[in-house]
Design a protein around this ligand. Structure first.
Ligand code: ZN
Length: 499
């Protein structure tokens, strides 16, 4: 028994060492995306490669293997048990890929990203095609190394949404798609349409920032454990629980990207700031999956930030920062305008309803690429066909079509479904929350703390102690079900479009 306690202590030391690398990598990544001078990028990329290599060595070391073997069946401590299981998964996944293949792959990734950027700028898919073919091949190989039960793509999904498989997605996506397209059809022929032109007007950056900071504070974002900066592509990043940073983007002609974007990233940050301190310095101290993370950001962005109740209680505050042109806009018109639904080519600009349709297109295509049913050369054509089928529009160029996202260029196959899962999780959580409190009244009161506390109690605190579908089951007493998202959107748009 004494040896187990001593081994646990030594194990924690190794975790601390790993964490030192993780935190340094995160800080370096933050700097590279916010402040780094252009000429510093090359050297810094090498430093990042070096640090990641060191971390990888620790995660797959003999020492780690020893701790896993000793503690796996002998530790009595629940957190250590889960930590060991997490370390073992990482160990196994990393060890299964031959290191020379992994190095080649990392080089291919960074090369592909720059080629993709060029291809997008020149609107020339053929430049990117050979790289994408290689990326697909590598991912097929890795999936085979990792192994899977039913579908090869499951092995990749496991990286982002552990426990979710093709079977899970093929159960929920078709129904969701049918319901969303039916709703979209009704909306597009409705005689009542919002007027987004009322949202136009020059809105100084400082004022957008001041409003965003006010809202973040109300959400419970702890500025003593975080900061807000400006970037082209907004993101949230956790260095540790006491240092969770967010960034946003200000467009002085359209406040929506900054305000809803900040609330979105704030939702990600609240998750990381409120993980139980007991998990500090373990690999469990982080969001459990991309999808659950997205559920938290989307919850705040949409289920709080885009509701009528929110604007009822915050419209005066908003107007105190907004330009004069907004003073005469009635609340109802404003609320309807910020919730406009309109099929568009670009995923990241999509509204709440059409967003998941963009995701399902990517899911079908990457699933086919990885299984070998779809050839990379056919992607542009298939992309456009699915856009027409799902959203009723065809992109005029590949730049605003198949070339728009960076994910595939970075080798991230299996990531996209997390976004749509995030919407479904969020809606299902919202349904559960509504059983416990009058959410509309709570939002309208302007005091979000009971909502934030509920999310912490049910989701945040666990970090990676629970897998995504386990959280869904524990919080809602049900398995994942797309009907909650459909019900929510149906009710919401019935009001806005008078359906
Ligand atoms: Zn997000």
């Amino acid at each position: 028994m004494d040896t187990v306690i001593q081994t646990e202590k030594d194990f924690k030391e190794l975790l601390k060492e790993q964490n030192a690398y993780k935190e340094t990598i995160a800080l370096t990544a933050w700097d590279m995306r916010t402040k780094i001078p252009k000429k510093g990028v090359e050297q810094r990329s090498e430093v990042m490669g070096f640090l990641s290599g060191k971390l990888h060595q620790l995660e797959t070391s003999e020492k780690m293997k020893y701790f896993i073997d000793v503690l796996k069946d002998h530790s009595e401590d629940a957190i250590i048990k889960k930590t060991v299981a997490e370390c073992e998964e990482t160990y196994e996944r990393n060890r299964k890929i031959p290191s020379d293949e992994y190095k080649e792959y990392v080089m291919l990734q960074s090369k592909s990203e720059s080629i993709w950027q060029e291809a997008r700028e020149k609107d020339d898919f053929s430049l990117f095609q050979p790289y994408l073919e290689k990326l697909v091949e590598y991912n097929q190989k890795f999936a085979n190394y990792w192994g899977y039960e039913d579908h090869i793509y499951d092995a990749l999904l496991e990286n982002y949404e552990p426990g979710v498989t093709v079977k899970t997605l093929d159960q929920v996506f078709p129904d969701l798609r049918k319901s969303l397209t039916a709703l979209l059809d009704k909306i597009s022929v409705s005689s009542v349409q919002p007027d987004p032109s009322i949202l136009e007007g020059h809105f100084p950056k400082e004022d957008q920032e001041a409003f965003s900071v006010d809202i973040l504070g109300k959400m419970g974002y702890d500025f003593a454990s975080g900061r807000l900066d400006e970037t082209v592509h907004p993101f949230a990043i956790a260095l540790n629980q006491n240092d969770v940073r967010i960034t946003t983007r200000y467009d002085e002609t359209d406040f929506r990207s900054a305000i809803f974007g900040t609330v979105h990233e704030g939702g990600h940050a609240l998750y990381e700031q409120n993980i139980s301190k007991k998990l500090a310095n373990t690999p469990l101290s982080g969001g459990t999956s991309m999808g659950i993370h997205e559920s938290q950001s989307l919850f705040w962005e949409n289920f709080v930030g885009r509701t009528e109740s929110f604007w009822k209680s915050h419209y005066d505050l908003f107007k105190s920062y907004a330009p004069k042109s907004f003073q005469a806009v009635p609340l109802d018109k404003f609320y309807r305008a910020v919730n406009e639904v309109k099929p568009s080519f670009i995923r990241i600009e999509a509204d709440e309803l059409t967003y998941s349709l963009h995701i399902m297109i990517r899911y079908e295509l990457e699933k086919g690429l990885i299984s070998g049913d779809i050839k990379v050369a056919d992607l542009p054509k298939l992309w456009n066909e699915l856009m027409q089928e799902y959203l009723g529009i065809t992109p005029p160029t590949d730049s605003v079509g198949v070339l728009q996202d960076i994910h595939w260029a970075g080798g991230d196959f299996g990531y996209f479904p997390s976004y749509a899962l995030g919407y479904m999780y969020a809606a299902q959580f919202n349904h559960a929350l509504k059983k416990e409190m009058n959410v509309d009244e709570q939002i309208a009161s302007g005091d979000f703390s009971p909502i934030r506390e509920w999310l912490t109690k049910n989701i945040h605190q666990y970090g990676k102690m629970k897998k995504p579908l386990e959280i869904v089951k524990d919080v809602t007493n049900e398995d994942l079900d797309s009907k909650y998202l459909v019900d929510y959107l149906t009710e919401k748009y019935a009001g806005i479009y008078k359906l």
